[in-house]
Design a protein around this ligand. Structure first.
Ligand SMILES: NC(=O)c1ccc[n+]([C@@H]2O[C@H](COP(=O)([O-])OP(=O)(O)OC[C@H]3O[C@@H](n4cnc5c(N)ncnc54)[C@H](OP(=O)(O)O)[C@@H]3O)[C@@H](O)[C@H]2O)c1
Length: 299
């Protein structure tokens, strides 16, 4: 079990103010890392910092809006400066397109707006490139460097009505594969984690609704939502020496959702809340006339 420990490692976690990022920060600290924490919301970062400190590790706050790519680079450099270098970077910050009332935009591409596409790609992919670029010199100087991008199963299987999100997450997987080969001889491992439906603020619109949650979980063979601790455990594996021979990989952590299960073991699915029920079929007219028509109708 000692290969899962990251004692003395210097880690940066983005999107650490809540949800998956907070759980990842806590898990890294429990495994022995000091952790720099980034997000836009300073007060929430302080709560994550206290979870890190409860594990006896150092927490430093490097707040910033990663949509500002210059700021994103500065966040990475600040983290490295505060911790004396970086061995682990978990770039986890990410967004769904949001309506003005805070609910997610769930619309087919042809009905959505270019501004939704642009904002999601800017944060989920543009900031990813900026973080990776800035992290490179720090990770190259580390003897145990691991970069983890928090992608999504949506990047593997696609997500109708969430095309921008899915495309941004697929692009992260592509970037992982490119960087992994480019940076391998510099001792930097690069992997993606692709969670399925996980209970966080991002998905509160779905797990808070019985029928929608039931329908979504009908497509998950394990039949339940992932908890943030499930995702944190897999992230720790990717960040730690336990995965020392793994690079360029996209680890899918989705309760089996991406395995086609339409065959003999197909799990019964509730009806989709997005599709109107099909009208009842109209019986074909009887080919018989006269007395036989009544017998046909009875059949
Ligand atoms: N939940 C799921 O089902 C699921 C599934 C697959 C993949 N993921 C991925 O996992 C990651 C974390 O998701 P989550 O569910 O934990 O979401 P969440 O609860 O909404 O948390 C998102 C985190 O990202 C930060 N963030 C968002 N925009 C930012 C920006 N412009 N600059 C800096 N930080 C920003 C947020 O902090 P502030 O708001 O304080 O800035 C927050 O800490 C995301 O990349 C998401 O795509 C989630």
């Amino acid at each position: 079990m000692s290969t899962f420990r990251v004692d003395g490692a210097r880690a940066l976690v983005t999107g650490a103010s809540r949800g998956i990022g907070r759980a990842v920060a806590r898990a890294l600290a429990e495994a022995g890392a000091d952790v720099a924490l980034s997000a836009r919301t300073g007060d929430a970062l302080k709560e994550t910092a206290s979870l890190v400190q409860d594990q006896g590790r150092t927490a430093v706050l490097v707040p910033g809006d990663l949509a500002d790519t210059a700021r994103a680079a500065h966040v990475v450099d600040q983290a490295a400066h505060a911790l004396g270098g970086l061995d682990i970077v978990v770039h986890n910050a990410g967004v769904l397109p949001m309506e003005e009332d805070g609910s997610p935009v769930v619309l087919p591409l042809q009905e959505s707006f270019q501004r939704d596409w642009d904002s999601v790609l800017h944060v989920n992919l543009g900031a990813t490139a900026a973080v990776c670029r800035a992290a490179h010199p720090h990770l190259a100087a580390s003897p145990r460097a691991s970069l983890v991008l928090m992608s999504s199963v949506a990047g593997v299987v696609g997500a109708p009505r969430m095309e921008a999100y899915a495309a941004s997450k697929a692009a992260q997987i592509s970037l992982v594969r490119s960087l992994a080969t480019g940076w391998a001889r510099q001792g930097i491992r690069v992997n993606a984690l692709c969670p399925g439906w996980t209970r966080t603020d991002m998905t509160a619109f779905a797990y808070g609704s019985g029928p929608l949650s039931d329908w979504l979980m009908g497509h998950v063979p394990l039949g339940r939502w992932a908890e943030v601790t499930d995702v944190a455990a897999a992230t720790l594996y990717l960040a730690s020496p336990a995965s020392a021979y793994l690079t360029g990989h996209a680890l899918v952590l989705d309760g089996g959702m991406s395995v086609p299960d339409g065959g003999l073991a197909g799990t019964p699915k509730p009806p989709s809340p997005f599709v109107a029920p099909a009208p009842a079929p109209v019986p074909a007219p009887s080919p018989h006339a006269g007395p036989l028509a009544a017998a046909d109708a009875a059949r």
